[in-house]
Design a protein around this ligand. Structure first.
Ligand SMILES: [Cu+2]
Length: 172
């Protein structure tokens, strides 16, 4: 598990470094490009203590894959080993981001900017729940993290894809 964590962090660091490149170009000067050595990550992340396995993870609260749910539902999301933050002015903070859901859409590959269009809903204010009304039948829900630029991250735990069965409304 510790090895996995190290690998994940390494790729996160690389992704962050790549994403920052265009921004850095505005300043004219370039910082030392030591990031690809990989040994710098230890001193940068010292504040983060690894509890249990330490892998970042997001999930729907109290909602299992293939669950049967009512038409009106309050979906809640939770995160472990990951910081949920509101979108700032496009700043990308490593280990932080905000929730998105796709209703009847699939989760996206890493490195893709999540569209601000159907089937996606952004929770750019840092919130972690939504009241939904779903039609009866099967629906597919993707919960996925995007960073400060709404870009998906290269961490398998930072998305969850489930199917739910929505009950017929009981007629009054
Ligand atoms: Cu977003």
């Amino acid at each position: 598990m510790l090895l996995d964590l190290a690998k994940n962090r390494h790729s996160l660091t690389l992704v962050a470094a790549l994403l920052l490149l265009p921004l850095g170009a505005c300043g004219g000067g370039s910082d030392d490009d030591h990031a690809d050595h990989g040994h710098a990550e230890g001193d940068m992340d010292h504040a983060e203590e690894a509890a249990d396995d330490g892998a970042p993870r997001v999930y729907f609260v109290d909602l299992e894959n293939h669950a049967t749910i009512p038409s009106l539902i309050n979906l809640q999301f939770a995160a472990e080993n990951f910081i949920i933050e509101p979108v700032g002015d496009g700043a990308i903070n490593e280990g932080a981001g905000h929730y998105h859901i796709a209703i009847d859409g699939e989760c996206l590959e890493p490195g893709i900017v999540i569209p601000t269009a159907d089937p996606w809903i952004h929770f750019g204010d840092g919130s972690d729940s939504i009241e939904l009304e779903l039609s009866p039948g099967e629906h597919y829900l993707c919960l996925q993290i995007g960073d400060g630029e709404h870009r998906t991250l290269d961490e398998p735990g930072l998305s969850q894809y489930i199917m739910v069965h929505v009950e017929e409304e009981a007629a009054e």
